[in-house]
Design a binder for this molecule. Sequence first.
Ligand code: UT7
Length: 326
Amino acid sequence: MIRAKIVGVGAYAPKRILTNHELEQMVETSDAWIVERTGVRERRIAGADEVTSDLAAHAARQALARAGIQPEEVDLIVCATTSPDMVFPSTAIFCQQKIGAKRAAAFDLFATCSGSLYALSVATQFIRSGQAQTVLAIGAEILSRITDFTDRGTCIILADGAGAALLCPSTDASEILDIQLGSDGQYWDYLYCAAGGTKHPISHETVDQKLHYIKMKGNEVFKVAVRTLEDVTAALLEKHGIVTRDIDLFIPHQANLRIIRAAAKRLGMPMDKVFVNIDRYGNTGAASIYIALEEAVAQGRLKRGDLILMAAFGGGFTWGAGLLRW
Ligand code: UT7
């Protein structure tokens, strides 16, 4: 069987830093509350001239350069995003054009904050089936464009950023071992953005009702997220006969530091094996796991042969867990 591995990672964070102190001027909140309840100290916000595919293209170019692979060699681009450039064409198409991946098929994938693992899974399947030899899996978001900056329940965590992983067939021990995905539509109204689709085409009324912004029942999402992350990671480890202490690094979706800590505790995972960068980037949706992976590599926290566990949870609900041999 053909196996898939990551041969290069890239990330991009917009230059503009939005601090908690700035948010204190915008909504009734405090730096102390945000840090204690979410772990976020600052986040990046895209410039007015930037669109999601710009962020994706920056991350993709870095992943390609690090792998020493030319854009023309890419067979497929899968971009996970909840904040695309336009309704259509896809953000992946704009990214393809920007990086010059002339031979690549390109499409977007919609799985909210779990999009990172959904895209990684799709990319893995294309490599395993022999359909593609060089695949870019991307997570890119400009969530600030669909965030209500008068809603303190969402604007304090949501943020912008992008990350990319370049996948090729593996000829050594490095491998994406398994990615398990799940979803449950009964909770769709815990976290959604209604306007712009066929249910609520954009109108003066939808704008007046602020339906073009993300709505979230944060505390309810929080509780299901913790439970589900434990279930999906425990099931994946059990399937492979792996125990928590075998894992070298746990890279969770950076949704909220308290969710990450609770999930790690339930797994029996010490926090020094958990990668956290939510303090500097906030919740970047489908991008967060790629941004974290890129930082983990850049900081030298991964060595060849390490076993990595990834887990994500997001609106829908959607979730996923992945196991990688680095
Ligand atoms: O990315 C994947 C999907 N998303 C998530 O996983 C996010 C999950 N949810 C969360 O991260 C958290 O629920 C939030 C950070 C959004 C909110 O934290 P919480 O601990 O769940 O707060 P809460 O909504 O239960 O509110 C607790 C209190 C309330 O006041 P009272 O009723 O106790 O007086 C809120 O009104 O905190 C108040 N509050 C705030 N206070 C200051 C809510 N937001 C804020 C705020 N600043 N920004």
